[in-house]
Each structure stands twice: as structure tokens, then as C-alpha cells.
Design a protein around this ligand. Structure first.
Ligand code: NAP
Length: 248
């Protein structure tokens, strides 16, 4: 079966590393991003240089009209989607809950919870045997924060990832008999631009002494787990969580 993957937030960080690995595994690739055209097009050039057929699609995953347009482009330009990586995510500045604005909390929940649910909906409409699809795979990119809660940093973000974990469990059972597996990865501190969003770009290096393995993770190490969960090697695995936290 042809492999067609949609990677949300594929323009940078963990999503970009996943796109590069997917290119080596023979996927046709849709790299979604929200605003950083330059970075997304650099990833596009890199995956094409590896011989993969690929497109970039700018779309806000938390807006259903934009998600509909994203999947329509995939249908037209790459073919029927077989894999979705719900990777796009955001986090607010480090703060206590009593200091958080409604706008910030809503932005976090819309991006990290509504976005993955909307993308899963439109992937399932194409993948599920119920709608004549050939099956497929979904991997949600959660966080160890879902287990730890991130007190005095970003409890709203941790709660959004907790919701994503519950979504993973429920969706995996809902779709298990329809040829679709649903799993999640939970990264710990990974070296990407993500930490600039919380106001501390050097965060991972600073926190390395507190990580049992003594170092932050690389986006490529998370990508390996995502691609494994999507592969036939994980054929009896659904509703499961793979932690990549260096022991945290
Ligand atoms: P990153 O380097 O900041 O990249 C985030 C990507 O998501 C970017 O491509 C961004 O688009 C895209 N994005 C953000 N909001 C979007 C939206 N509404 N619609 C579409 N795309 C959107 O972050 P990362 O570290 O690779 O994080 C990827 C995932 O891993 C996130 O879900 C994050 O919560 C999770 N995670 C990260 C860490 C870590 O330590 N880095 C740890 C645990 C979990 P633009 O490029 O256009 O801005």
C-alpha cells in the first residue's frame, strides 16, 4: 500500500525530524505549518532531496475550515492519507495558573487539543473501513508533562497533553476494529525552538542535570519512535504511550 503521511507542525523541530525520517521510509509527505514559510520550505527541499514526493500546506490545525482544505490538498496532490502525526503544539510563558489570561489558556487548548481532534476526524473519514478506507495510523505527540503536571510553569499545557492522552485512549478503542491504530509519544526535554515560546530558549541545557540520563533529547530520537509506531512493526500496538524523557 502507498504510504501518505500528514505531519502537523512539520516545519520545525520534532515534526521536521519526522518528515526527514518518513522520507527515508518511502512516505509521500504533507508538511503542515502555521506561519514560518522559510523553515517549512527548507524541510520541503530536504525531503525532496531524499527522493520523497512532498508538499507544504500552511494551515492552522485549530480551524476546521483550514483542516478541511489541508486534507483536500493531500487527496489531490498525494493521494489517500495513511498516516497522521498530530505534532503541532504550543505553550505559553512560564507562569502560575492564577496569572494566566483566558486568551492564553484558550490558545493552548485550541492548538493542543482541538487541533489534533479535528485532524484525526478528517483523517478517519479517509482511513476508516467504515467509509471505504484502507485503514491507517495516528500518532499523537503528547508530553511527559501530562504525567508530571508542570506546576508553576504551564499547567494549562500539561492539562492539554493530558486531554490528548485521554483522546488517544478513547480513539484507539473506537477505531481498533476499523483498521486504524492510534498511539502517542510523550517527549521530555527535547532540543527545539519550542522552549523559546515559554520564554526560555536555553531551558533544556539548564535542566539537563535534573534529567536521569543527564542530557536533553534530540528531535530525531522522538521521530524514530513515531515512525516505529506508524510502521507494521508495531502492528499489534494501539492505545499505547511511548515515553521519551531520558528517564524523567
Ligand atoms: P517547535 O519546534 O516549536 O515546532 C512546532 C511546530 O508546530 C511548528 O512547525 C509550528 O508552525 C507548528 N504549529 C504550532 N501551532 C500550530 C497550529 N495552530 N497549526 C499548525 N501548525 C502549528 O516545537 P517541537 O518542540 O518540535 O514540538 C512539537 C510537539 O512536541 C508539540 O506538540 C510539543 O508540545 C511536543 N513536545 C515538545 C517537547 C520539547 O521539549 N520540545 C517536549 C514534549 C512535547 P510554524 O513553524 O509555522 O511556527
Amino acid at each position: 500500500m502507498d504510504k501518505v503521511i500528514v505531519i502537523t507542525g512539520g516545519g520545525r523541530g520534532i515534526g521536521a525530524a519526522t518528515a526527514l525520517l518518513a522520507a527515508q521510509q518511502g512516505y509521500r509527505i504533507c508538511i503542515n505549518y502555521q506561519s514560518d514559510d522559510t523553515s517549512a520550505h527548507e524541510v520541503l527541499d530536504q525531503v525532496r532531496a531524499l527522493g520523497a514526493q512532498a508538499i507544504v500546506v500552511r494551515a492552522d490545525v485549530s480551524d476546521e475550515d483550514e483542516v478541511v482544505r489541508l486534507f483536500a490538498r493531500v487527496d489531490r496532490e498525494l493521494g489517500q492519507v495513511t498516516a497522521l502525526v498530530n505534532n503541532a503544539g504550543t505553550v505559553g510563558h512560564k507562569s502560575r495558573v492564577d496569572e494566566m489570561s483566558e486568551v492564553r489558556i484558550l490558545h493552548t487548548l485550541k492548538t493542543n487539543v482541538l487541533g489534533p481532534i479535528l485532524c484525526a476526524k478528517h483523517a478517519v473519514l479517509r482511513m476508516s473501513a467504515r467509509y471505504g478506507g484502507q485503514g491507517g495510523n495516528i500518532v499523537n505527540v503528547s508530553s511527559v508533562a501530562a504525567r508530571l503536571g508542570s506546576p508553576s510553569e504551564y499547567v494549562d499545557y500539561a492539562a492539554s497533553k493530558g486531554a490528548l492522552d485521554t483522546f488517544t485512549l478513547g480513539l484507539s478503542k473506537e477505531l481498533a476494529s476499523e483498521g486504524i491504530r492510534v498511539n502517542a509519544v510523550r517527549p521530555g526535554y527535547i532540543f527545539t525552538d519550542f522552549h523559546a515560546l515559554s520564554g526560555d530558549p536555553g531551558r533544556v541545557s539548564k535542566l539537563e542535570p535534573a534529567i536521569p540520563m543527564g542530557r536533553g533529547g534530540r528531535p530525531e530520537e522522538v521521530a524514530e519512535a513515531i515512525i516505529w509506531l506508524l510502521s507494521d512493526k508495531a502492528s499489534y500496538t494501539t492505545g499505547t504511550f511511548l515515553d521519551l524523557g531520558g528517564g524523567r
